[in-house]
Design a protein around this ligand. Structure first.
Ligand SMILES: Cc1cc2nc3c(=O)[nH]c(=O)nc-3n(C[C@H](O)[C@H](O)[C@H](O)COP(=O)(O)O)c2cc1C
Length: 219
């Protein structure tokens, strides 16, 4: 039987393109993960997904197919119009939120314009994305990061507030996508944001808002 790491590696290897420029130097061996175009269709109808939406805290170790990962990230905060705007609304039309994708083989940064995953860290940081045990073994944890430096003329409390609201809309997109595709998910505040920012090597003004686990429900 394949281990989780082997299974995950298989997905990544099959989808990886030639190495491009890394976002951080420690990611030299981690390859960009080129996502297939999002399907933008399929799954349950919205009302059916709303009926199914719930939080899941027990996950199988079954990895996500790369097409599902692509569709998930597009649903989360992908570009849905020629203007470059997104599937979720965002504060003052200022693009503040990044989504980091933590899997067994490393961490990638979702880049919506090219709809690709940029290599960030070649470490398995899943256990550090939250304070609950399942985060360490679930195949995917999304970490939502805000660029505080882009939110000018407002107080730090307002920065947290608007970044949290931006994140909440993305999180609900993820919940509904997961419900429509037979995936489990849970949006999470129970995390050590300062430690996670350090592990992710975020610049001083960027901060973690929330995280969200995704995977196939166990059982
Ligand atoms: C802001 C916010 C923070 C949350 N943080 C956590 C968390 O850290 N851990 C967790 O297991 N669930 C967390 N949840 C999920 C809630 O516990 C869950 O949505 C609620 O109990 C209702 O259950 P349901 O999502 O299954 O309807 C959070 C939800 C929200 C909106």
């Amino acid at each position: 039987m394949m281990t989780r790491r082997q299974a995950s590696s298989g997905i990544l290897a099959s989808a990886a393109l030639a190495a491009g420029a890394s976002t951080v130097t420690v990611a030299q061996e981690l390859k960009p993960l080129d996502l297939p175009p999002p399907r933008g269709e399929g799954g349950e109808r919205l009302t059916a997904a709303l009926k199914l939406r719930r939080s899941t805290r027990e996950y199988s170790d079954r990895p996500l197919p790369v097409q599902v990962l692509s569709d998930l990230l597009w649903a989360a905060f992908g570009i849905n119009r020629p203007s470059g705007d997104r599937t979720a609304p965002y504060w003052r039309h200022v693009m503040v939120m990044d989504i980091y994708v933590a899997m067994a083989d490393g961490v990638w940064l979702y880049e919506p314009k090219a709809h690709t995953l940029l290599p960030h860290l070649k470490d398995d940081i899943r256990a550090q994305t939250g304070l609950q045990d399942f985060v360490a073994t679930a195949p995917l944890n999304l970490v939502y990061v805000a660029h505080g430096e882009r939110m000018t003329d407002i107080s730090s409390e307002e920065r947290r507030l608007y970044a949290s609201v931006d994140t909440g809309f993305i999180g609900q997109n993820v919940y509904l996508f997961c419900a429509s595709e037979g995936l489990g998910s849970v949006f999470r505040a129970a995390l050590d944001g300062a430690n996670l920012a350090r592990v992710l090597r975020l610049p001083a003004q960027q901060f973690v808002t929330f995280a969200q686990t995704v995977g196939y429900p166990r059982g």
